[in-house]
Design a protein around this ligand. Structure first.
Ligand SMILES: Cc1cc2nc3c(=O)[nH]c(=O)nc-3n(C[C@H](O)[C@H](O)[C@H](O)COP(=O)(O)OP(=O)(O)OC[C@H]3O[C@@H](n4cnc5c(N)ncnc54)[C@H](O)[C@@H]3O)c2cc1C
Length: 499
């Protein structure tokens, strides 16, 4: 064994003793760096060391940034929205262009490194960060360009939804995006993409006309209905399994800037009646009417509420009649429904400061809304003094359901609603009791009414459960995976194992 290999394997052995990584990893990382290498982890979970010479070479090959533990910006990059996720990548590459992404992917593949791809960092389970691997942080790779005549938006793979909405709406055009403007286009679009306009224009991924992708072998491929159609199919619902999407080409639709939207809020005691109305009202809604319903128990003994959230994007003169059943539900404690700017409502639930808050969620699709589900939600839902809990329905159906289950890799076309239960807690306390409570509540009632779940939202499912959730599309996805990522370089996602 030569000196370099001896050095590498002794450092690797020392690091392996400190596994599992977590906070310990950061400490080891500093020691290993001082000793001349960077301790890292392969996709298969083995300890390895990246020599300083290789780090220097990588840094020199990038136009963007390369961050190691302790570098300015490293802490911000490794963090994701869910602050209870506390992972420490060995390397963070911050590409500024496609060439950097290819360099990063080639470097990671040659060393078999664990790879995480981060766009908006909204993955609830923290799949866009990792312990000991390479994080490809796309935060410096943002931008949306609109071709008004062709009604297309070309959106860089690290963009946030707000980038897309802002540029498109400035031209009187839109496409479906999620309901929180700092969610990443990358994770939302490759996973599905529900939002206030999805019932009208389909999921975000239904509006993708082509993508450019850096695949695991470092190639830079265009994929559309005509070119690499298998990749085009898989990227729309298969998440980040096939590579890093560097560009999304979205179809845009003309829409007026003013929509009618806002919240109607009622005391929590009316939750049963509210969901009973919602199950019928949401089922009968036209495509241009989007209505969510929620029950919310805020922390610290504040009064609980239940509510409707509305976005109506159709002809204004029809709004009053369409909203009449909600208005006649009774006197609300708050009513914010009014004509407003579409881009403003898209930002209305943004979080200005998520620091020090952990979250955990359970979610599932429903294809029918029986009366018994109302009881299952309300009876088990307990307000708690020290945490906030929410159960809400995101309105699906409409155009999202008029696509064949195998037309894209996203199979859940039967879903009329996505049902989510979320608990949030202050990180100064212990999150485990909150997570346990949510698991009990979910399993004890709402879960029994679900069929499949939204892959981008889950945190802790087994491979068998993930496989099942791809339903009839699994076999085809596994073939596409074998073709574009046979070594499973991109595994931190709703992973598809290569066929
Ligand atoms: C506050 C909040 C609101 C949400 N609202 C909605 C909503 O209204 N509608 C909806 O449908 N979903 C919603 N979601 C779910 C959201 O779509 C998923 O969590 C999604 O994965 C987030 O994407 P991201 O880029 O921000 O996540 P990240 O954590 O950055 O990435 C998540 C996954 O996407 C992959 N990925 C990211 N970018 C790329 C890329 N360029 N190429 C290839 N793979 C990539 C990563 O590998 C990773 O596995 C919401 C989530 C949160 C936390």
């Amino acid at each position: 064994m030569n000196r370099r290999h001896f050095f590498q394997s002794s450092v690797a052995a020392a690091v392996a003793c400190a596994l599992p990584y977590g906070r310990l990893y950061a400490v080891d990382q500093a020691a290993t760096q001082a000793a001349g290498g960077v301790a890292a982890v392969t996709g298969a979970g083995k300890a390895t060391v990246i020599e300083q010479a290789a780090i220097r070479e990588l840094r020199g090959a990038l136009r963007g940034g390369l961050l190691l533990a302790g570098d300015p910006g490293y802490e911000q990059a490794r963090r994701v929205l869910n602050e209870s996720i506390d992972k420490h990548p060995a390397l963070v590459v911050q590409p500024t262009g496609v060439a950097d992404i290819r360099t990063a992917v080639n470097f990671a593949r040659e060393r078999e490194l664990l790879v995480a791809v981060k766009c908006g960092g909204h993955s609830p389970g923290g799949k866009s960060t990792c312990d000991g691997g390479m994080q490809i942080d796309l935060s410096r790779f943002r931008g949306a360009r609109v071709d008004v005549a062709a009604r297309r938006a070309y959106v860089a793979g690290g963009s946030l939804l707000g980038d897309l909405d802002h540029e498109a709406m400035a031209n009187g055009l839109v496409t479906t995006a999620g309901t929180v403007s700092h969610t990443g286009v990358g994770g939302l679009t490759t996973g599905g993409g529900y939002g206030r306009l999805a019932r009208r224009f389909g999921l975000a991924l239904d509006n993708v006309r082509s993508v450019d992708v850096v695949t695991a072998d470092g190639r830079y491929l265009h994929a559309s209905g005509d070119e690499n159609p298998d990749l085009y199919w898989g990227v729309r619902g298969g998440g980040g399994n096939f590579g890093v999407v560097t560009n999304f080409e979205f179809e845009l639709h003309p829409m007026q800037r003013q929509i009618i939207g806002g919240n109607l809020v009622f005391p929590i005691q009316r939750a049963r009646e509210l969901f009973t109305l919602y199950r019928e009202y949401s089922a009968a809604a036209p495509d241009d009417l989007y209505v969510d319903a929620a029950i919310v128990a805020p922390p610290a003994g504040q009064p609980g509420i239940c509510m409707f959230h509305v976005c109506y994007s159709g002809p204004a003169e029809r709004a009053e009649a369409l909203l009449a059943p909600l208005r006649s539900f009774g006197t609300p404690v708050a009513d914010t429904i009014r004509a407003q700017d579409y881009v403003a409502i898209q930002k209305s639930t943004d979080r200005s400061d998520p620091r020090n808050e952990g979250t955990y969620l359970k979610s599932g699709f429903i294809g029918a809304f029986p009366d018994a589900l109302v009881g299952a939600i309300v009876d088990g839902f307990e307000p708690h003094p020290d945490r906030s809990t929410v159960l809400f329905f995101q309105h699906g159906g409409g155009a999202t359901g008029r696509v064949a289950a195998d037309a894209t890799a996203f199979p859940h076309r039967y879903a009329t609603h996505n049902m989510l239960a979320v608990v949030a807690w202050n990180l100064d306390g212990d999150g485990r009791p909150h997570m346990d409570w949510l698991r009990r509540y979910w399993a004890g009632g709402p879960e029994g009414f679900t069929k499949g779940f939204y892959t981008v939202e889950t945190a802790d499912e087994s491979q068998a459960v993930r496989d099942d959730n791809y339903q009839g599309n699994l076999a085809r996805l596994r073939k596409v995976k074998r073709k574009y990522d046979p070594g499973n370089l991109f595994r931190l996602n709703a992973n598809v194992e290569p066929a």
